[in-house]
Design a binder for this molecule. Structure first.
Ligand SMILES: Nc1nc2c(ncn2[C@@H]2O[C@H](COP(=O)(O)OP(=O)(O)OP(=O)(O)O)[C@@H](O)[C@H]2O)c(=O)[nH]1
Ligand SMILES: [Zn+2]
Length: 355
């Protein structure tokens, strides 16, 4: 078996390429990539030509991408010369920026949409996750965690609510504590297929990943790097090869994503309401007391239910809140970056003085 095959390579996708030049991106770092050819890992950069020909951030490699490379086998380094066409791509709106789309992962076959049976399951949010999974081209599978904390009749109620928005999508219930349902979960991540987990904070993604990683086998000979103190560290990877041969991508981009997909998801999930909104006389209509408000008309005539309108408003409030949170977070990160930088400079200065 070709080494690439265990990374999920399908002969049919690019039949004419020279397999010795192909690798898969397993981690995106600040200025470099960690790639694997199924035998070794390499630290890679894009070639100057690649860089010059890029039109948008979407053209840069992401976790899961297949790339054409030139390898320096002895040094475990590589130059990325070309990106192979993507089968699927998962995109999110970059925080605080309306125009910039951010590619989180490429070539996912499956997206596990994770929710917890224990918490108030937000069906609308699950619906939005389903939409973004479909937009990416991957197949969604709903995973409901913490089964051990829920009675059978409670589970049945939740399932029937969910089935209204999840028509046809498989739903797996499991517990990472008792292990119930894990085998069924794995049946949706067969050998050579690539999947990622998507879901709000606290639903149990890390716990599930840890259970799955007990079964992890080494993807390739990991690169060992020296950290600043000269110790060996095995660097963090984002693509894992599970024991059954399935590939699991665990990217911060997907984990941190909450309501990022923002306006676009509103458009899709609330198309009916958007149609009314665009027919309002004022473009900035608040659908409150403004004259010529098509939304109010629809509410009065019963074309639009009050409940659905309320959940639309709720989503907009959540989005506004999420956006403020992201902006604050970005500010804080920026501040911490500078703090660290000045700290580093001080340390360096101090060391120089006392040497
Ligand atoms: N009873 C029970 N508790 C669970 C289960 N899975 C996770 N938990 C608990 O739920 C809490 C949150 O789990 P995490 O795995 O950290 O959730 P997460 O989705 O990774 O959250 P973020 O890292 O913030 O994205 C932890 O206290 C876990 O111990 C489960 O199957 N059963
Ligand atoms: Zn209006």
């Amino acid at each position: 078996m070709n080494d690439l095959v265990k990374l999920g390579w399908e002969e049919s996708s690019s039949p004419s390429v020279n397999l010795n030049t192909i690798a898969r991106v397993i981690t995106v770092q600040r200025n470099s990539y960690r790639i694997s050819d199924g035998r070794y890992e390499y630290i890679a950069h894009v070639s100057g030509k690649f860089f010059n020909e890029v039109n948008s951030s979407m053209d840069f490699p992401a976790v899961g991408d297949w790339v054409v490379v030139e390898k320096l086998i002895d040094e475990k380094k590589a130059v990325i010369k070309e990106l192979l066409p993507r089968k699927t791509q998962f995109v999110r709106q970059a925080a605080g920026d309306k125009t910039e789309a951010q590619l989180v992962a490429a070539n996912l076959d499956t997206i596990f949409i994770v929710g917890s049976l224990n918490d108030d399951l937000n069906v609308r949010r699950m619906e939005r996750y389903i939409i973004s999974a479909y937009e990416s081209g991957a197949s969604p599978v709903i995973v409901l965690t913490k089964k051990d904390m829920c009675k059978a009749d409670e589970i049945a109620t939740i399932m029937s609510e969910l089935e209204e928005v999840s028509i046809g999508i498989p739903i797996v219930t499991l517990s990472s504590i008792t292990g119930e349902g894990i085998t069924e979960f794995m049946s949706y991540l067969p050998p050579r297929k690539t999947a990622a987990l998507l879901g709000s904070s606290g639903v149990g993604k890390s716990t599930l990943v840890n259970v799955l990683l007990e079964e992890q086998v080494q993807l390739t000979n990991a690169i060992r790097e020296n950290d600043s103190k000269g110790r060996h560290t095995t660097t963090h990877r984002e693509m894992f090869l599970l024991k059954n041969g399935g590939l699991l991508i665990d990217t911060p981009g997907m984990r941190e994503l909450q309501l990022w997909e923002g306006e676009h998801a509103i458009d899709t999930a609330f198309e009916d309401i958007e149609a009314f909104v665009t027919a309002c006389y004022f473009t900035d209509c608040k659908h409150d007391t403004e004259p010529g408000c098509r939304v109010k008309d629809a509410l009065n005539s019963g074309e639009l239910s009050e409940a659905r309108f309320q959940s639309y408003l709720k989503l907009q409030r959540e989005l506004a809140y999420e956006k403020r949170k992201q902006d604050q977070k970005a500010q804080l990160e920026e501040k911490n970056k500078w703090k660290q930088l000045t700290k580093n400079m001080k340390t360096r200065y101090k060391n120089r003085r006392y040497k």
